[in-house]
Each structure stands twice: as structure tokens, then as C-alpha cells.
Design a protein around this ligand. Structure first.
Ligand code: NAP
Ligand code: GDD
Length: 322
């Protein structure tokens, strides 16, 4: 019989790629969707998939909605991707961020305990939880201490911890994927990769003049969402619940990204990029570089995309669009 997967955050970047991947593997896919006044726009990433998935209105802040769905669907696997996922915006709406990203996960776990205790749960944990902590070799791994530096990171650390707590206390199959930054043509336009690539293309077409950014010196370990959703399914297919880092092990600065993208368009980024303090964060996470040896060895996972290939795919997408 086909496995049933329930995805929260199904309308997001990862939710849409994960849906495609699970449908390809023969799963029946169910999703939770928030009410939005412009339905068509909100579900645009699912446009070609909608007829194959069962979507239900709900919200991580409304426990009754989660209860009803889990009781009806009785999923084999639950992927909790729902979150207020923008780190800088978590300073603007810290309470909503904490309620959704932290307490929302507790709501989900309580519902699972009540309605489908044998379901396997994947929690979308984040490298933002490490804050500015790293090991002596400069990398972050499963054992690296976590000292988050944003309301987003603090809320994600709560959910990471409560997943581990319920795993032990109530014997739930609850796992954390500690994912480093991952991007794609479906990435929201206010994350730095899309913002740089889309605006560089607009500048190259004479449709924009400058690009305003925040800190150019922070470094990120960027992978592709398609590779990372494969890891999510592998994490839940493992024989026991555990925590896994998913990363590329390659790190680049925002400045590097600007340099590469603009030069691919035969432009010099220094002529167009300006720093606007509006985009600088109250506290910055300055360096991420993940060691995913554990995932490679135990799950047999490895990324197919590198930094260059990711940029090329995103550039090609925006060049076609404009
Ligand atoms: P995304 O594109 O921002 O998608 C977030 C999803 O969560 C959207 O479907 C959103 O619905 C939904 N959502 C937000 N608040 C909700 C609420 N209160 N109730 C129900 N749904 C809610 O994020 P993503 O890049 O796909 O990331 C997926 C998950 O992985 C997130 O938890 C994120 O924090 C985590 N993560 C991401 C990365 C990364 O680099 N992408 C790295 C590590 C961890 P709407 O469409 O209605 O807004
Ligand atoms: N968004 C944004 N906009 N970031 C900028 C800008 C700008 O104009 N200018 C510089 N940056 C810098 C940020 O200060 C940060 O150091 C870096 O670019 C990456 O920012 P984002 O793309 O917004 O990603 P993030 O690292 O803060 O968070 C993403 O990755 C996390 C995993 O490490 C999100 O996807 C989180 O949901 C995820 O958990």
C-alpha cells in the first residue's frame, strides 16, 4: 500500500520540491495550507501538483486544525516544514516567529501523541541554531554547541530540543534535519541569493540601476533545495530517529556571490551594489560551513549540485523570466 505523507509548509520552496519527490516515490501526499486572501498566488509553487495532493486549511497555531487532519489522514510520515523562515524578519515579528516555529512544533507533537503516535516526524531544523559557534576546524556538525543569534534561531532551537525530548520521553520517531542554507529558482525573493541574482539580471537588462544589500562579508554554505528534500525522506527512512546535518561543506561570502553573478553577466558588482543599513541585522551570524559526514555515511546522501551549478540554474531561470 502507498505510504501517506503529511507536509506542513507545503506551499513553500521546500514543500513544493518535497511534494514532487514524494509523488515520484509513489507516496500519497497531504498538505496543510494557511488561509490567504490571494489563494492563487500563495499556491503558485504547487500549480502543477495540486491535482495530485490533498490540501486542507489549517495553521500551526491552531491545534484543532492539526488534530483534525492527523486524525483523518493517519499519516505514516510527517514533514514539519511550516515556519516564519526569514531571519531578519524574525526581529520584526518575534512573537509570531516564536509561536509558529517553536510552539507550533509542540502543538504538532501533542497531536501526534494523541492521534497517530507511530507516525514518523521530520522537523526542519536549521544551521541558524549554531549562531556564531564552530568547531576548531571551522565547521559545524551535529555535536557543535548551539548559541543562536536571532529570534528565528532561538525558536528553532526550542523545536529541535523538544523533538529530541519527545523522542526519548514518549518514544516518538522524531528526527531533526539540521539543514544549511538551500536555494533554488523557487526561493523567496527577499532571501539574499534570489535578491542578488534577480536584481543583477534586471540591471543587465537596463530595468534596474542599483542593488541595496546588508552585510556583504557573512559567509554561507549554500546548497540546492532539490538535494535537501531528498535528504528529508532518507532521514525518515532510516531505521531509528536521529539528528543529521545536511550541507555542502563549501562556504562563500555574499560578496563572492555578487562578484560571480555580476561577472557572469559581464558586469562589475562594485558599480551597482550599495550597502543599506536597513538590511544589516541587529546581530549577525557571520560564518556557516557544515560537515555532513554523518549523513553521507549513515544515509548514503550526497548533494548533486555545487555552488556554481546552483547559481547557473537560478541565473538561467531569471534570464528566461525577464
Ligand atoms: P518558505 O519557503 O518560507 O516556506 C515556509 C512555509 O511555512 C510556507 O508554506 C508558509 O505558508 C508556511 N507557514 C508559515 N507560517 C505558518 C503557520 N503559522 N502555519 C502553517 N504554515 C505556515 O521556507 P523553506 O525555505 O521552504 O523552508 C522550509 C523549512 O525549512 C522552514 O521551517 C525553514 O525554517 C526551514 N529551513 C530552511 C532552510 C533554507 O535554507 N531554505 C534551511 C534550514 C531550515 P505561506 O505560503 O502561507 O507563507
Ligand atoms: N535576506 C537578505 N537580504 N540577506 C542579506 C542581505 C539582504 O539584502 N544583504 C546581506 N545579507 C546577508 C544576511 O545578513 C545573511 O548573512 C546572508 O546574507 C544570508 O541571508 P538570507 O538569504 O536571508 O538567509 P539566512 O542565512 O539568514 O537564513 C536562511 O538560512 C537558514 C539556514 O542557515 C533561511 O532560509 C532560514 O530559514 C534558514 O534556517
Amino acid at each position: 500500500m502507498a505510504k501517506k505523507a503529511f507536509i506542513t509548509g507545503i506551499t513553500g520552496q521546500d514543500g513544493s520540491y518535497l511534494t514532487e519527490h514524494l509523488l515520484d516515490l509513489g507516496y500519497n501526499v497531504y498538505g496543510l495550507v494557511r488561509r490567504n486572501s490571494v489563494t492563487e498566488h500563495q499556491q503558485s509553487r504547487l500549480e502543477n501538483l495540486k491535482k495530485n495532493v490533498d490540501l486542507t486549511y489549517g495553521d500551526m497555531l491552531d491545534q484543532s486544525s492539526i488534530d483534525k487532519i492527523l486524525n483523518r489522514v493517519q499519516p505514516d510520515e510527517i514533514y514539519n516544514l511550516a515556519a516564519q523562515s526569514h531571519v531578519r524578519i524574525s526581529y520584526d515579528i518575534p512573537q509570531f516567529t516564536a509561536q509558529t516555529n517553536a510552539l507550533g512544533v509542540l502543538n504538532l507533537l501533542e497531536s501526534v501523541k494523541m492521534h497517530c503516535p507511530s507516525a514518523r516526524i521530520y522537523q526542519a531544523s536549521s544551521s541558524e541554531m549554531f549562531g556564531n559557534s564552530r568547531d576548531s576546524d571551522g565547521m559545524q556538525r551535529e555535536t557543535t554547541p548551539m548559541h543562536p543569534v536571532s529570534p528565528y534561531g532561538c525558536a528553532k532551537l526550542f523545536s529541535y530540543s523538544v523533538i529530541r525530548n519527545y523522542r526519548k520521553a514518549f518514544k516518538l520517531f522524531a528526527s531533526n534535519g539540521i539543514l544549511f542554507n538551500h536555494e533554488s529558482p523557487r526561493r523567496g525573493s527577499n532571501f539574499v541569493t534570489t535578491k542578488i541574482i534577480k536584481n543583477a539580471v534586471l540591471i543587465s537588462k537596463g530595468k534596474a540601476k542599483i542593488l541595496e544589500l546588508g552585510n556583504l562579508d557573512s559567509k554561507r554554505d549554500w546548497g540546492h533545495s532539490k538535494d535537501y528534500v531528498r535528504a528529508m525522506q532518507l532521514i525518515l527512512s532510516h531505521d531509528k530517529p536521529d539528528d543529521f546535518v545536511i550541507s555542502t561543506g563549501q562556504t562563500n561570502s555574499i560578496r563572492d556571490l555578487c562578484k560571480i553573478v555580476f561577472s557572469k553577466l559581464n558586469l562589475d558588482y562594485e558599480d551597482y551594489v550599495r550597502v543599506n543599513p536597513k538590511y544589516v541585522r541587529p546581530e549577525e551570524l557571520s560564518y556557516l560551513c557544515g560537515d555532513c559526514t554523518k549523513s553521507k555515511e549513515i544515509l548514503g546522501w550526497k548533494p548533486e549540485y555545487n555552488f556554481e551549478k546552483l547559481i547557473d540554474e537560478m541565473l538561467e531561470f531569471f534570464l528566461k523570466q525577464y
